[in-house]
Structure formats: structure tokens, C-alpha cells
Design a protein around this ligand. Structure first.
Ligand code: ZN
Length: 459
């Protein structure tokens, strides 16, 4: 739920929301009345820290103006604390000179009003920010809504977000944008040759599935997105500890973000043919559970010895990547919460693996522009070396105390050899402590960066 909105029309009753850099604030405050300066001092407001704000009363005690301090350059999050702080009402943004800045701030304003309200009520107020006529309010609202939906999918408890519900979420989006969806469920995965998805998901009463969405003009270049959809990860027989398992409803974060990117690609009608492949499983335990040391013959024929049943994400991605790569798409991008990247970057940024230097530069640049940071890690042969085992072509998770993100990427690399350009994104997908605009819970990491990167390539 978003309780704030944008408007391109400014009613005369709107309260001015003036955004100033610290130096512009100092100049502005010097010209104000002594009463206003005293008010700032009494409230400990010095106008020096980005994102801080002051609410100025009128003579009769009503709110007459809001001051908010900007970063230099302006940040997406500068206005994001305001929706929680401001009283219900209509505000008009002023003080912004660059259109880019206005768009950024407006998106942050919307995200600052996102709450996950499935099982707990959010704020019951409505807020409107009036922006200039040039500001694309509708596109920004769609973006904020898609980010909110992505976060909500991740935050939804596993009981209410199993493989079937994840497929339903994809079908719902497909309906909105006229895309086609097919789903291969349970034992049909074996008939259709997706053995790894079946092996990981077969021990749950909630059947595993491959969700396959297609959209767009067949003449346009093909972009294939692949998402890891582990709806809950117990670790399987290599059972996780209690603390390690607590957040594992977020293990479908890759799938949620891939769906979010797909939604924005369709919403903005990029000139691509889109395919979205989501491997959806519940990594559970019963007598059918796959075991450490079992060998799975993958979709492409490679044999894989299960090193650890908790390294299930790379297994289910592998069959979907083999299918995706077989069409030789212009771009093949997978989104995953494999765990290795979390240990390196936490929630500050996502990791990227690709052989393509130019694409890596472009995607990292898009990450900078959108404050959705992505950092490249190596596909170095020394990590692939570790995948060797006497019992199969590859070990899914060799015993290695360090370098897990790189080892997982080296494993996935074996399944995308047919794709001319492949990118693997690994991230935590979770905000551990609330920050302005980013409440604790699921986080749509890489969504803004990848969309911007795709828009530049296929505008
Ligand atoms: Zn796992």
C-alpha cells in the first residue's frame, strides 16, 4: 500500500514544501523573520543534514510551510521520510531546478509511504505532493507501485506465498498487460525435462513448477529474465538453523524482482520480446526429499552431485537457464538470492557476474543513476575448479569456507554457454532495519537499475 500520491495540478491551498541544499538553506534562513529562526533553533533544526525537515507554523499555529534539506547531488531518499512525518494534506514541491532531481524526489516520496499491510494496518492518512507539469507522475506512480508489489510478494509469509500463489501473481500481471503464461507443475516437470526443479521441490505438498511468461513483438530482440523462486527454504535435509531459516520466505526475492522488471518492461512497452522464467519450489523435507550426494541429470545432460541440499537455488536456476539460453536471447539475466552476495554486500548493493565488460559497465552505471547499486564480482576459473567431483560432471556446492557467491556463479556459468550475453545478479532482497523509503521487509533490489539499463538499450 502507498498512502502518498503525486499530482501535476497545484491547488492554491497546498502547503509549500521547499527543498533546499544546506548552503541554500543558510541563505534562505538569513532572510526569514527572527521568529522563524527562533523556531528552527528551538526545534534543533540546523538545516545541515540531508533528509532532515522542519515544519513551520503560521501565526495562528497551523502548518504554513515545510523545509526539507537535500543531498548534493539530490538523492532519491531526500523526501522519503516526509510521508511518515507530515500531517494529512496537499503539499507543493518547490526549490527544485533540475527535472531529473524532481523525478527522483517524487519517486522517493511515494516509496516513503509504502507499508506492508497484509496483517497489520498502515497509516490512515492521505498525502499529495504537487509537482511541476513536466514531471511524469503516472510513470513514477507505476514504478513505485511495482516496487511496492515486489516488496510485498517477498514479505508475504510462505504459508500464503507458495509456488502456486507465485504462479498466480505472474498470471495476474500477465492479464493486465496481455502476456501469455504457461506453467509446468509437479511430475510434469520430469516429462518436460526440468529434473532439477522437480528434485528440489518434490518433498513439499506444494508442488514445484516452472512459470513461463511471454510478451511482445516477435520481431524485437529477445530478453529473457530468470528468477529464483524458493518460496520457503528450510535448507532441505541439510536443515538450516532457526535463525538461518527465519527470513527464508524471502528466498523467492529473485523471482519477485524478475517479475517486477517484467512488469515495468510491459508497462513501458519496451521494444523487446520478453520471456520470464521462474522456477518456483518449496524446499521442504519428507521421505521424497533429495539428499546430499544424490546425482541429478540436468536438463542439458550435465550430471550434478548434490553437495548440499541448502544450495537449491543454483539447482533450480540451472534448468531454467538452460532453457532460456537455448533460444540465444539478446540478453539473459537471472535474479537470485543465493546467499553468497549477502555475506559480501549486505543490503547496500547487489552483485553482478558477467563475461561482458561493456554490459557490466552499463548496468553498474544504471545502478549509480538509480541509487540501486550493483557491483561486479569475478567469474574467475579458480572458482570453477572447485566444482570438480569424481562422482559427476559437477558438484553443486563443494565444501568451501569462502567465496560462495563466486562458486555459485561459476556453477551457473556452466548452463548459459549458449547465451551470447548472460548476466547473473545475486542479492539479499531484504531490508533488515527500516530506513526512509525502505521499511523493514522485502526489497526490490536491482529492479530500478535493470529497468534503466534495459530502457537505454531498447528505447
Ligand atoms: Zn538454500
Amino acid at each position: 500500500m502507498l498512502f502518498a500520491s503525486l499530482s501535476a495540478k497545484t491547488p492554491t491551498s497546498a502547503i509549500a514544501l521547499t527543498a533546499l541544499t544546506p548552503s541554500a538553506f543558510a541563505k534562505w534562513a538569513a532572510k526569514e523573520s527572527e521568529a522563524v529562526r527562533n523556531w528552527f533553533a528551538a526545534n534543533g533544526f540546523d538545516g545541515k543534514s540531508a533528509g532532515s525537515s522542519a515544519l513551520i507554523p503560521s501565526h495562528d499555529g497551523h502548518l504554513s510551510r515545510v523545509i526539507v534539506i537535500l543531498s548534493e547531488p539530490a538523492s532519491l531518499w531526500d523526501l522519503a521520510a516526509l510521508p511518515a512525518k507530515l500531517p494529512e494534506g496537499t503539499y507543493s514541491l518547490d526549490g527544485i531546478k533540475k527535472q531529473d532531481d524532481e523525478e527522483k524526489l517524487a519517486l522517493g516520496w511515494l516509496l516513503g509511504s509504502h507499508r506492508f499491510t497484509l496483517h497489520k494496518k498502515g497509516e490512515e492518512k492521505t498525502l499529495t505532493l504537487c509537482v511541476s507539469k513536466k514531471c511524469p507522475t503516472q510513470a513514477l506512480t507505476h514504478m513505485a507501485e511495482t516496487i511496492a508489489q515486489t516488496r510485498d510478494l517477498i514479505s508475504t509469509p510462505a504459508e500464503e506465498m507458495g509456488p502456486q500463489e507465485l504462479a498466480a501473481a505472474v498470471q495476474e500481471r500477465a492479464k493486465t498487460y496481455g502476456a501469455k503464461v504457461s506453467v509446468i507443475v509437479g511430475d510434469d516437470l520430469l516429462k518436460k525435462n526440468y529434473p532439477s526443479i522437480h528434485a528440489v521441490g518434490r518433498a513439499s505438498h506444494r508442488a514445484p513448477r516452472l512459470i513461463d511468461l511471454t510478451w511482445g513483438n516477435p520481431k524485437h530482440p529477445l530478453v529473457t529474465l530468470v528468477g529464483k523462486g524458493v518460496c520457503f527454504d528450510t535448507g532441505g535435509l541439510d536443515l538450516k538453523s532457526g535463525s538461518g531459516m527465519y527470513l527464508m520466505r524471502k528466498d523467492m526475492g529473485g523471482a519477485a524482482v524478475a517479475l517486477g522488471v517484467a512488469t515495468m518492461v510491459m508497462q513501458r512497452k519496451l521494444r523487446v520480446r520478453l520471456r520470464l522464467l521462474i522456477s518456483a519450489v518449496d524446499n521442504a523435507i519428507n521421505e521424497k526429499a533429495f539428499r546430499p550426494s544424490d546425482v541429478v541429470t540436468m536438463r542439458g545432460g550435465l550430471t550434478v552431485e548434490i553437495g548440499n541440499t541448502d544450495a537449491e537455488g543454483r539447482m533450480i536456476l540451472a534448468d531454467a537457464l538452460t532453457e532460456g539460453a537455448s533460444e540465444k536471447p539478446d540478453l539473459l539475466i537471472d535474479f537470485a538470492t543465493l546467499g553468497g552476495a549477502r555475506g559480501i554486500f549486505g543490503e547496500a548493493m547487489a552483485s553482478l557476474f558477467t563475461k561482458d565488460d561493456a554490459l557490466a559497465r552499463e548496468l553498474m552505471k544504471a545502478g549509480e543513476q538509480t541509487e540501486d547499486f550493483i557491483w561486479r564480482l569475478p567469474l574467475h576459473p579458480s572458482y570453477a575448479e572447485k566444482l570438480k567431483t569424481p562422482f559427476a560432471d559437477l558438484n553443486s556446492c563443494p565444501p568451501a569456507p569462502y567465496g560462495n557467491a563466486m562458486i555459485a556463479a561459476a556453477f551457473l556459468e556452466k548452463f548459459v554457454e549458449e547465451a551470447p550475453r548472460a548476466l547473473h545478479l545475486d542479492f539479499i532482497g531484504w531490508q533488515a532495519a527500516s530506513k526512509a523509503g525502505r521499511p523493514e521487509g522485502g526489497e526490490a533490489m536491482t529492479l530500478r537499475a535493470v529497468l534503466t539499463f534495459l530502457e537505454k538499450r531498447y528505447a
